[in-house]
Write a protein that binds this ligand. Structure first.
Ligand SMILES: *[C@@H]1O[C@H](CO)[C@@H](O)[C@H](O)[C@H]1NC(C)=O
Ligand SMILES: *[C@@H]1O[C@H](CO)[C@@H](O)[C@H](O)[C@H]1NC(C)=O
Ligand SMILES: *[C@@H]1O[C@H](CO)[C@@H](O)[C@H](O)[C@H]1NC(C)=O
Ligand SMILES: [Zn+2]
Ligand SMILES: [Zn+2]
Length: 439
């Protein structure tokens, strides 16, 4: 009895493998893009691009030269593109031009800060710097484009290259989505290079990854007067102080302790003399949450608490979330199926021990806008050389990119996109019954 069952089981498993393997076999379908990306004609090319962009950092929606350089490189590779998309954005296409579509994203903007690293390719623009690695992001996506283009004839579908403006608070991703270029795209992948994670490793997680981020500003108005005669004034300093204390009670008293949220008041402007009660006080701050519903609720309560608490002290308050200037960034939430897919691709390319989990981060990423529109996946790319000095964190004037990470980013982009097209193609064949007969 036993042996009959075992043989049957064996046959079933064997048949399963025969039929399943062609459905999606990463190693058969996708070349080793890491070896390709490490070759000098790709690696040196990426390094050169990254250094050019680093020398000429441009702020959000002003990435004109960066955008031009990207288009020159795409022309060089024979890759068609759309431009301008979202002011300075460029969207390139590799493959058949037909569905399925899979997108890869790189952000292009720099920061308003002075570089303090003394090196040959230091920023040539005073007060502007690529201190978040977006110069590396552009160069890695171009590197991916270069190696993908060489394998274009094997694609059943199209890779969409998204070079996006204004990630640093400008919500460039939202403008890309609004432009409609991601319609019919099945999935989008993005990466962020980060110190603190060893070179050759990646980190990510399923579900909420980085927080939604909003700003608020409130003008609390009272009535100014002599500090020695408070009865004739309405003191906005005291009212603003109470507002700030009450704002801290939202997270500590109203929110599930397991649902992490932040409210920080970082700005308090009011008064200019020791003995004068001012007319008004302006406060400003930021709030963060990981769940879309929590983020909306937090925003709502911030507004209520400021107005309500100001009224208790006989003041009026006007609250603004500055959405015209700085759109709210929703939480970054990674798609669970794409997480499994990412682990299999990154594991094959780097080794499964190099694919790490992570805690969610209270920073924010405008990649969230893509994830509201379609399945999206963001991961962190390591660049720390553990044998060398520790790299400073992002947004530091001493920020440095370890350029040895460039081939890893390019290869991951390329593998994720090519593998995903192969996977979608086989899924279509299965639905059409082309592999079913064997089962
Ligand atoms: C794409 O898929 C179709 C349908 O299975 C097939 O006929 C065609 O040869 C494939 N093209 C490429 C480039 O793989
Ligand atoms: C998406 O697909 C629909 C239906 O095939 C088509 O009408 C539309 O033009 C496509 N959109 C883009 C941006 O390709
Ligand atoms: C608050 O607004 C009301 C209505 O506009 C106004 O009558 C009142 O004087 C204001 N109070 C302060 C302290 O500005
Ligand atoms: Zn940044
Ligand atoms: Zn960044």
């Amino acid at each position: 009895m036993g042996s009959f069952k075992w043989i049957n089981l064996f046959i079933i498993i064997f048949k399963y493998f025969l039929t399943i393997t062609p459905i999606f076999s990463y190693s058969n379908e996708v070349p080793n893009f890491l070896d390709l990306a490490k070759e000098p004609q790709v690696f040196d090319w990426m390094v050169d691009i990254r250094r050019k962009i680093h020398e000429n950092p441009e702020l959000g929606y002003e990435e004109f030269e960066t955008s031009k350089l990207i288009r020159e490189k795409l022309d060089e590779l024979g890759i068609p593109y759309k431009h301008p998309v979202a002011v300075t954005g460029v969207v390139g296409y590799i493959g058949t031009g037909l569905p399925p579509f899979v997108a890869l994203r790189a952000d292009m903007d720099a920061l308003l800060m002075q570089e303090l690293v003394e090196w040959e390719h230091k920023s040539k623009v005073p007060g502007k710097m690529h201190a978040c690695g977006h110069d590396a992001h552009v160069s890695m996506l171009l590197g991916a484009a270069k190696i993908l283009k060489d394998h274009e004839k094997y694609f059943n579908g199209t890779v969409v290259l998204v070079f996006q403006p204004a990630e640093e608070g400008g919500a460039g991703a939202k403008k890309i989505v609004d432009a409609g270029v991601l319609e019919n795209v099945s999935a989008i992948f993005g990466l962020h290079i980060l110190p603190g994670i060893p070179l050759g490793e990646v980190a990510s997680k399923s579900g909420p990854m980085s927080a939604g981020c909003g700003l608020f500003e409130a003008i609390i108005s009272g009535r100014g007067g002599h500090a020695a005669l408070p009865q004739h004034s309405i003191d906005p300093i005291l009212a603003a102080s109470n507002v700030i204390v009450s704002l801290q009670h939202i997270v500590s008293r109203e929110v599930d302790p397991l649902d992490s949220q932040v409210v920080t008041v970082g700005m308090f402007q009011g008064g200019g003399a020791f003995n004068v009660i001012p007319d008004s006080v302006t406060i400003g701050g930021t709030f963060r949450a990981f769940l879309r519903e929590s983020f909306t609720q937090l925003k709502h309560r911030i507004e209520q608490v400021i107005s309500g608490q100001a009224a208790v002290q006989r003041c009026n308050a006007t609250v603004s979330f500055l959405e015209e200037k700085k759109p709210l960034i929703p939480p970054t939430v990674n798609n669970g199926d794409l997480h499994d897919y990412f682990k299999s691709v990154a594991g094959s390319l780097l080794g499964t021990d190099k694919v790490k989990g992570m805690e969610q981060m209270t920073g924010s990423e405008d990649f969230a806008f893509y994830q509201e529109a379609l399945p999206g996946y963001l991961f962190l790319l390591g660049m720390e050389d553990i044998s060398a000095e520790r790299l400073p964190g992002p947004h530091s004037p001493y920020y440095k990119v370890n350029e040895d990470a460039l081939p890893y980013g390019a290869a991951l982009h390329a593998s994720l996109a090519a593998g995903y097209l192969a996977k979608l193609h086989h899924e279509v064949l299965v639905v059409e019954g082309k592999y079913h007969d064997e089962l």
